[in-house]
Design a protein around this ligand. Structure first.
Ligand code: NAD
Length: 482
């Protein structure tokens, strides 16, 4: 174990050793075998990266926007050439299936495509004659050095929501990836280096809390983009804002899916299965509570139960695997404890999937609970595992009220053939990303991505035009020529 390679940070275009005294193991979740060790970088490492980024910023900011966009297009083409390699890295360190990993890398590439439209999206506007002979124009300028702090569940996609957009807007960027999936970030850094970004425009600092806290208080950093769990998001938002930084902090979720009695079950059941059990439930858009509007509940639970029993859990590599392992042994223990809690609270475990007969890897059986009540903790807390709860409701209004009582508001979905019900849902539901007959309502990168309520701290969402607003500041110039 001691011989496993300790990863290096990427600073000013070079791979450099961290000052860290401590390093964490990075195991393969499908076997538990050691892949690498990740250094817990210190404030000194962070400061080194900030200085490199500050040094790179002036020339990068003066690089014409179309040239910056061409660099992003070069990166896009490298990502496309290395899609398989990136997807394999995601499977290896995160555990999701190869198909899921490919899909997630593709969504990351999509963000580079949107970023490359900066010569259009960064444009400001002008009003001639705000007074006699006087014109006013609004221009957008980069912030300086910005940092991105990312979670374990999308090792390639989420860094790509941030870095290309921040850089194309003229900022220098520091990525602090999840210490649980650092290897895909290393690959990304290599490709960004190969794409010809000047040294220091992109930097990678590995680590955990110490590195994050150093970023949050460093006076050289102007903005923080964060995606992760709710308690960390609150800490990031309050600390970074108290230190004068612009912040967007995307947090945890508990997503409700309302199924009306008229829903087309043949299409609805596969959509629910993929939403609840895809990526082993480790997805911020995972549907984890179904509200079945009566009299449709029994038919839905029966159809779901039949399919859940067929779900095969296994290594992400195996073609027959529907549900991969969860990220760590401790997380597996937590999810199993949630399942016991559900049973203790009186929910009925109606079906469970097939776990492999092996002692290595962090495998959890997919579980379907019926007779869940809104006050049960399994209906309220984010489990982040393959556990789906069904609550029964008497009407759409009651179902919407139940969903709106959640402290989270990331995503929500409705399954119905009734346009009026869908409109009522869209109008009243308190969540940021909605699906109508869609189980995973992930907005494409040219739309903003974030939730409401306890699922988001900040104002401007990630990706889409919000990202251009987030990574630039506005300057308004009023001019009179004599
Ligand atoms: P996490 O909060 O544990 O970690 C996220 C990042 O924060 C990591 O880089 C980690 O090093 C850092 N971090 C962790 N604890 C910290 C602390 N105490 N102080 C400072 N930094 C700290 O999240 P995770 O387990 O990696 O990711 C899963 C969570 O992310 C889930 O709650 C999920 O819903 C959420 N998520 C949300 C979205 C969204 O769009 N809202 C998307 C993906 C994931």
């Amino acid at each position: 174990m001691a011989e496993a390679r300790v990863l290096e940070n990427f600073v000013a275009g070079d791979w450099v050793r961290s000052d860290a005294k401590e390093a964490l193991d990075v195991p393969d979740p499908s076997t538990g075998s050691l892949l690498a060790r990740v250094p817990l970088s210190t404030a000194v490492d962070v400061d080194r990266a900030v200085r490199a980024a500050q040094k790179a910023f002036p020339a990068w900011r003066e690089t014409p926007v179309p040239d910056r966009a061409r660099r992003i297009l070069k990166l896009r083409s490298l990502l496309e050439d290395h899609l398989d390699e990136l997807a394999r890295s995601v499977v290896q360190e995160n555990g999701k299936t190869l198909e899921e990993a490919r899909g997630s890398v593709r969504r990351g590439i999509e963000a580079t495509e949107f970023a490359a439209s900066a010569p259009t999206t960064m444009q400001g506007f002008v009003l001639e004659d705000v007074a006699g002979g006087i014109d006013t124009e609004l221009i957008r300028q980069p912030l300086g050095v910005v940092a991105g702090i990312t979670p374990f569940n999308f090792p390639v996609m989420i860094p790509l929501w941030m870095a290309p957009l921040a850089m194309v807007c003229g900022n220098a960027f520091i990525l602090k990836p999840s210490e649980r999936v650092p290897l895909s970030a290393v690959q990304l850094a290599r490709l960004i280096g190969e794409a010809g970004f000047p040294p220091g425009v992109f930097n990678l600092v590995h680590g955990g809390r110490e590195a994050v806290d150093a970023l949050l208080v460093h006076p050289g950093i102007s903005a923080i983009s964060f995606v992760g769990s709710a308690p960390t998001a609150r800490h990031i938002y309050t600390t970074a804002a108290a230190n004068g930084k612009r912040v967007q902090a995307l947090a945890g979720a508990k997503n409700y899916m309302i199924v009306m009695p008229d829903a087309d079950l043949e299409k609805t059941v596969p959509a629910i299965l993929s939403s609840a059990f895809g990526q082993a439930g480790e997805r911020c858009l995972a549907g984890s509570v179904i509200v079945a509007v009566e009299p449709g509940g029994n038919a839905l639970v029966e159809a779901l139960g039949t399919e859940v029993r067929k779900l095969k859990v296994g290594a992400g590599w195996a073609p027959e695997t529907a549900v991969g392992p969860v990220i760590r042994a401790e997380h597996r223990a937590r999810v199993l404890e949630w399942i016991r809690t559900g049973e203790r609270e009186g929910a009925r475990l109606v079906a469970q999937g097939q776990v492999p007969n092996r002692t290595d890897g962090y495998y959890v059986p997919p579980v379907l609970f019926d007779q869940v009540r809104p006050e049960m903790t399994i209906a309220q807390e984010e489990i982040f595992g393959p556990v789906l709860s069904v609550i029964r409701a008497g009407s759409l209004a009651e179902a919407i009220d139940m969903a709106n009582r959640s402290r989270f508001g990331n995503a929500a979905a409705i399954f119905t053939r009734d346009g009026k019900a869908a409109r009522e849902f869209r109008y009243r539901i308190e969540a940021g990303m909605l699906g109508v007959n869609i189980g995973v309502p992930a907005p494409a990168a040219y739309f903003p991505f974030a939730g409401w309520k306890g699922s988001f701290y900040g104002d401007l969402h990630v990706t889409g035009r919000d990202a251009v607003e987030f990574y630039t500041r506005k300057k308004v110039v009023t001019t009179r020529w004599y």
